[in-house]
Design a protein around this ligand. Sequence first.
Ligand code: SF4
Length: 65
Amino acid sequence: MRIDIDQDVCIGAGQCALTAPDVFVQDDDGYSTLLPGAEDGRSPLLREAARACPVSAISVSETVG
Ligand code: SF4
């Protein structure tokens, strides 16, 4: 699983951190970043958080292997 946050698109709405607080956290500037260890995308809340983002800044893609 690969998680990308487009920081150019993110408006700091915080929906991702609210929806999946075990994956996303807002940095000091209010933009979303991944929590260390969350990169494997194992959280069941991940896709929901990607959907919750109002500007679709989060992309989740399957990686092979
Ligand atoms: S929900 Fe989207 S716009 Fe809001 S902080 Fe997360 S990535 Fe950024």
